[in-house]
Design a protein around this ligand. Structure first.
Ligand code: SAM
Length: 218
């Protein structure tokens, strides 16, 4: 039977808004905030790093520019965003492998990566997808590998929050994505699980949630 295509929320909420995505995020100062995520992930020479939900590729390209000795892959379900990522990567001379796929069904063997990084993706994923995605990410990380997620907290109340729900397609309402992630990382037996505030943007506070795969797998 032919596979039924899955739905997903695209980067800018609508396909026709995609050309505005990078300029809007530059305006929000997100490149500077992504650098905080890269700094926290601190990949080592030779490490393999996956940018999960890479969209138009900005984080993967920034990571590769800061760490040219690292092997970077980007994954996203959106072929249009991936086409932009590929063009941007080629223009900047970055060697990055781009893959089409979903966070909860990663097309990689066990232990493929030393780091999985992700920015502004999890608030787009319905809670049941997040619940499946965390063990899947753990599967593709090697023992000692680390997951680092930069994202909004709760959409909450008020005008800015309404904007966050609408413009940023926040799927978790008043539930705090960072707190949900923390609990799900612990459930998936990640260790040294932590959440901290990374920065403020026009649409609210961004958090950095991190966890590691134990070195000795029981
Ligand atoms: C707001 S964009 C963030 C893109 C990029 N990480 C950045 O920092 O600019 C969210 C991305 O999540 C992707 N996405 C949506 N559902 C997904 C899923 N199930 N698995 C992986 N990525 C997904 C979208 O296609 C989109 O590119």
């Amino acid at each position: 039977m032919p596979e039924v295509p899955r739905s997903f929320v695209p980067a800018a909420g609508r396909d026709w808004l995609l050309p505005l995505y990078d300029p809007l995020l530059r305006l929000m100062g997100v490149d500077r905030i992504r650098a905080i995520l890269i700094d926290q992930a601190s990949p080592q020479p030779g490490d393999r790093v996956l940018d999960l939900g890479c969209g138009t590729g900005s984080l993967a390209i920034q990571l590769r520019a800061l760490h040219p000795e690292v092997v970077v892959s980007g994954l996203d379900p959106d072929s249009k965003a991936l086409a932009r990522a590929r063009r941007k990567g080629d223009r900047s001379g970055s060697e990055i492998e781009w893959h089409q796929g979903y966070a909860d069904a990663l097309p990689f063997p066990d232990g493929s990566f030393d780091r999985v990084v992700s920015s502004l993706v999890f608030h787009h994923l319905p809670p049941d997808v997040v619940r499946k995605a965390i063990p899947e990410i753990r599967r593709v990380l090697r023992p000692g590998g680390m997951l680092s997620v930069l994202d909004f907290g709760a959409a909450g109340h008020g005008v800015v929050s309404a904007l966050l729900s609408r413009v940023a397609s926040h799927q978790h309402g008043e539930e705090d994505v960072a707190v949900e992630l923390l609990a799900m990382m612990e459930e998936a037996d990640l260790v040294e699980v932590e959440v901290r505030s990374a920065s403020w943007t026009l649409f609210g506070e961004l958090f950095l949630t991190t966890g590691k795969v134990p070195r000795q797998v029981a």
